[in-house]
Design a protein around this ligand. Structure first.
Ligand code: 3HC
Ligand code: NAI
Length: 706
């Protein structure tokens, strides 16, 4: 990238009486040091230039300003700071107007709030999303926003981080005017001239009075504090946000700014900021699989789904929600009717919640068609198979697809574990076959593993990424192996949990420790939710091929033999009295575990929660290193995104590989070697982990390699 200077990225031009200041810093006009310097210089120039009577700030390209430059966080600060720039804008002696199109987010909105008047056009996105990065608005946003729109509205905006449109911003008083056309420059210039014509004064947000009802403002803050403490479990920045807004209510502006700065720097220093910002960039990096650079996606105008069970129906809903038509194939009329009913149930749920009308549902379902004949797929651009998890059944389905589908149709399987190379090799068009591994519920879960078999052509992979975009899913490229990325790791960390359970930790302690770490629930609750029978069937299928020397904990099998499959049967690892969904510990399960320990000759010992998490994470990280080492995952960040989007890994920890980097790889490796003393077969250090530690490197060093 050629070096830039502040003059390149912030241009100034006197248009009559108006100093037009344009931020032109692709891709999103982030507030890098050069942009900050340029803005400061522009305001200095405006104050010094007699010919300039007002300043208009606009953004070039698709956005006003996307915010602070996220890549700078964690590096030594370069002056001028953004709060100083905002204060200088606000102090300008001539009216400063911001004309917003596209994103005015974070520091971008803070620049606009420091201006004296604000206009936004249709399509503008305004917001203070810092909380999603583990931060708080750090350039006056926590002080100016409540003064402008009141404590409650400001807290809602800052704590949710949501983006709002120009209309809502106008209604809230965040902007003064909505431009009629989409042209921010033209609208902005017209607005400035209007303001100049009426000699509109400089009007500083720091003096705005929306907090004048102090009691109501404090009550709003108290309510937000209470709700935040409940909702934002484990998160650092939300309560700091409330604290900063309380300061806006109770303290003079400059004091509030000082506190905001202090709290902002605390957030910057927190590991949560590092985790969340890693997640922000990782979820963008996963989109850049090699095939998406080199190949063009095929058409995606009509989609087929084979199977209308849990996954087929969920996938059909995801496709319908993206506005595409879907054709569902089932094996007989009754199954097809069930498939259709599964789809309808999702929309009926929305109607019951008042989020959809019956007319809208009918319009959506008009794009659904069903058949028991594969011939109905003759014109489909892409077909996703979601029938039983059985290689023979899947191959038979693919033989039918091979027979009926048009040339060039993409043929995808939603298999969880099976060998997609074998499926591809069984038909005449292996280059068109790919894995599209959705997660349940498929219309909700964001992750889509794009599983790339050996013979697939690049444009089929590119088409899978395009489909993910249309379905608003986060795609991660994975290679073919048993379980791909996600389920392969899941099997290993569950095995670690099983071993700890047999060695003396109760499933309830393990679940509590995992939840305290930040997962929404622990592994045993997850099994109860998904149904213990699913894993049981897999274990039975694999019994013959399992390494006889590998430790095999039988506790889950004992529960399944009793028909205790979890929530749906009223008991599993937990008891669910009278259909309750929360579940309570079950003494009978504890007795079964005791008996199993005895049978296995284990003398139970105590585990601390900390040790539980060290083992759980070491297992996860080690297998993550293996999938990167084998090329199943392109980079460590692909493992991170898989766990974040498909398995409830706490986003504020960035993913298991980022977590490992933060803990330090030598510590993880030392743990694995320690645990290997008890079970050397399970705890084999990944060659990649060993190599990185030997070189003093970390997983991050591999993230550029995709
Ligand atoms: N800093 C640095 N890079 C940024 C950035 C930022 N604030 N925002 C986006 N980018 C980069 C992306 O990483 C991506 O880079 P790549 O092409 O190398 O992958 C590129 O810009 C384009 O981004 P998107 O792919 O996300 O583009 P979209 O058009 O889909 O979305 C957007 C644009 C809505 C602006 C979206 O990028 C976004 O939400 N950005 C982050 C906004 C944000 O969180 N701002 C607050 C920052 S914190 C802050 O301001 C602190 C302050 O209070 C002091
Ligand atoms: P399911 O049992 O709920 O549904 C399977 C459906 O396929 C049934 O409706 C059945 O009638 C239909 N079917 C079977 N043979 C057929 C054929 N020859 N032609 C047409 N339809 C046929 O199963 P589920 O859970 O939906 O799983 C489907 C696939 O998705 C499996 O490969 C599974 O491993 C995978 N998967 C499952 C996940 C889950 O959480 N349930 C998650 C991700 C993938």
């Amino acid at each position: 990238m050629p070096p830039t200077s502040s003059a390149d990225v912030v241009t100034r031009e006197l248009r009559g009486k108006v100093l037009l200041v344009t931020i032109d810093h692709a891709p999103v006009n982030a507030l890098s040091a050069d942009v900050r310097r340029g803005l400061l210089a522009a305001i200095e120039a405006a104050d010094a230039d007699h010919a300039a009577e007002a300043v208009l700030i606009v953004g070039a390209g698709r956005n006003f300003i996307a915010g602070a430059d996220i890549r700078e966080f964690g590096k030594p600060p370069v002056p001028p700071s953004l709060p100083d720039v905002c204060n200088r804008i606000e102090a300008c002696t001539k009216p400063v107007i911001a004309a917003i199109h596209g994103a005015a987010l974070g520091g971008g909105l803070e620049v606009a709030l420091a201006a004296h008047y604000r206009l936004a056009v249709e399509g503008a996105k305004l917001g203070l999303p810092e909380v999603q990065l583990g931060l708080l608005p750090g350039a006056g946003g926590t002080q100016r926003t409540p003064r402008l729109i009141g404590a409650q509205a400001a807290l809602d905006l800052i704590l949710s981080g949501r983006h709002i449109g120009a209309k809502e911003a106008l209604a809230l008083g965040l902007i003064d005017r909505m431009g009629e056309s989409g042209d921010a420059l033209a609208e902005g210039l017209a607005y400035v001239h209007e303001l100049l014509a009426v000699h509109a004064p400089v009007r500083r947000t720091r003096d705005a009075t929306a907090l004048s009802d102090r009691a109501a403002s404090l009550a709003a803050a108290a309510k937000a504090r209470e709700e935040t403490a409940k909702k934002s479990r484990g998160l650092f920045s939300p309560l700091k946000i409330v604290e900063a807004v309380e300061a806006a209510i109770e303290q003079p502006f400059d004091e509030g700014l000082k506190l905001e700065r202090k709290l902002f720097l605390q957030c910057i220093d927190s590991p949560q900021r590092a985790g969340l910002i890693h997640a922000f960039f990782a979820e963008r990096e996963v989109l850049k699989a090699p095939e998406t650079r080199d190949a063009k996606p095929r058409a995606l105008d009509s989609i087929g789904v084979v199977g209308g069970g849990t996954m087929g129906a969920g996938i059909a809903v995801a496709v319908l929600d993206a506005g595409l038509p879907v054709t569902m194939i089932e094996r007989d009329d009754a199954s097809l009717a069930r498939g259709r009913a599964h789809v309808e149930k999702v929309y009926d749920g929305l109607i019951a919640k008042g989020r959809l009308t019956a007319e809208k549902k009918a319009a959506i379902l008009a794009r659904w068609s069903g058949s028991t004949s594969y011939d109905a797929l003759a014109h489909a651009d892409l077909v996703i198979e979601a029938v039983f998890e059985d290689l023979g059944v899947k191959k038979a389905v693919f033989a039918e697809l091979d027979r009926v589908c048009k040339p060039g149709a993409v043929l995808a399987t939603n298999t969880s574990y099976l060998d997609i190379d074998a499926i591809a090799a069984s038909i005449s068009r292996a280059a068109d076959v790919i894995g599209l591994h959705f997660f349940s519920p498929a219309n909700i879960m964001k992750l889509l593993e794009v599983v790339v078999p050996r013979q697939v052509s690049a444009d089929v992979v590119a088409t899978a990424f395009e489909l993910a975009k249309k379905l608003r899913k986060t795609p991660v490229r994975a290679g073919v192996c048993d379980g791909f990325i996600g389920n392969r790791l899941l099997a290993v960390y569950r095995a670690a949990a099983d071993a700890m359970m047999e060695d003396g930790a109760s499933p309830y302690q393990i679940d509590a420790a995992v939840r305290a770490f930040g997962f929404p629930m622990g592994p045993f609750r997850v099994i109860d939710l998904a149904g213990g029978d699913i894993g049981w069937a897999t274990r039975k299928r694999r019994a013959a091929t399992r390494n006889p020397n590998a430790r095999y904990v039988q506790i889950a099998d004992r529960l399944c033999e009793r028909g205790w499959f979890g929530q749906k049967t009223g008991r599993g690892f937990y008891l669910y009295p009278e259909g309750s969904r929360s579940g309570v510990p079950d003494p009978e399960v504890e007795a079964i575990i005791d008996a199993e320990r005895q049978r296995a000759g284990v003398t139970p010992r105590n585990f601390t929660d900390e040790e539980i998490m060290r083992r759980y994470m070491a297992a996860l990280v080690n297998e993550g290193a293996n999938v990167v080492h084998e090329g199943i995952a392109l980079r460590p960040l692909d493992v991170d995104v898989t766990l974040l989007y498909g398995y409830g890994f706490p986003r504020y920890r960035g993913g298991p590989m980022k977590y490992a980097d933060m803990v330090g790889l030598p510590a993880i490796l030392a743990d694995i070697r320690e645990f290997a003393k008890e079970d050397p077969l399970f705890w084999q250090a990944s060659p990649l982990l060993v190599d990185l530690v030997a070189r003093g490197a970390d997983f991050a060093s591999l993230n550029q390699a995709g």
